[in-house]
Design a protein. Structure first.
Length: 246
């Protein structure tokens, strides 16, 4: 698993890559990066030249999600090869889903991360709306998380939004990369995605404002600035739904 398309190319077909040894090649190569569909297809083709079966297997979950046993995997490629390695992939978390042939797992992960961006921007907007109207972020998010609209994700992100701890789990530039991949796929498939396009512009604005190394939950800071308020950490304990409770 690497960060982006050029990195996948480097570790597979670049100098010293896993597909470059003159004496041996992997029987199966499984890649869990979030990369473009053309790059995935290229590596699949290069793998085939070496007699290597290639599976695209992007995942949903950062290290804390993994530690909680909630990682999920989407896999595409040969169904037969998937059947051979599924028991190994199942050890990674709580779910492994075969989604089809070729590179469709890349599209699944790209769609997932587009949703991640749109949901986070929406969450930032409604949380700032509640705070500007006189409701503490902690109280609003506690209510939301206990409602039918709450989710594992909104609960997991609540500590960052309440206490403004933006230790990175996923940075704004990485989110923009995935939004760009999603919008590119949407153009190719003629699927209008106005919410994703608007979110991509807001993410670009946040990057321009200097939110590069922090977690992408800093979207809430830009939303607050655009709303004419300044947020302060509330310094209260917030259950993220992942950490063991003492």
């Amino acid at each position: 698993m690497v960060s982006a398309s050029p990195d996948l190319e480097a570790v597979t077909t670049g100098s010293g890559g896993v597909l470059t040894s003159p004496d041996a090649a992997p029987g199966v190569l499984i890649d869990s990066s979030t990369v473009s569909i053309p790059m995935s297809a290229l590596i699949r083709s290069e793998s085939a030249k070496r007699g290597t079966d290639f599976l695209a297997a992007p995942v949903s979950g950062n290290p804390k999600v993994i530690a909680a046993g909630k990682l999920t995997v989407a896999v595409s490629g040969s169904r037969e090869v998937f059947g051979q390695v599924e028991p190994l992939l199942a050890l990674l978390g709580r779910g492994v889903t075969y989604v089809g042939a070729g590179e469709v797992a890349r599209l699944v992960k790209i769609a997932h991360n587009v949703f991640l961006g749109v949901v986070t921007q929406s969450l930032a907007e409604i949380t700032v709306l509640a705070e500007k109207g006189g409701v503490s972020r902690a109280a609003f998010l506690e209510f939301l998380n206990d409602s039918v609209m709450g989710s594992d994700y909104t609960r997991y992100k609540s500590p960052a939004l309440v206490n403004l701890d933006f230790t990175p789990t996923f940075t704004m530039p990485l989110l923009r990369k995935d939004l760009d991949l999603g919008l590119s796929a949407a153009r190719e498939l003629e699927v209008p995605m106005p919410l994703a396009a608007a979110t991509a512009q807001l993410v670009t604005g946040a990057i321009g404002a200097g939110h590069v190394e922090e977690d992408f939950a800093t979207l809430i800071l830009e939303q607050a600035r655009n709303s004419g308020i300044t947020l302060n950490p509330q310094d209260v304990p917030v259950d993220d739904g992942l950490s063991p409770q003492t």
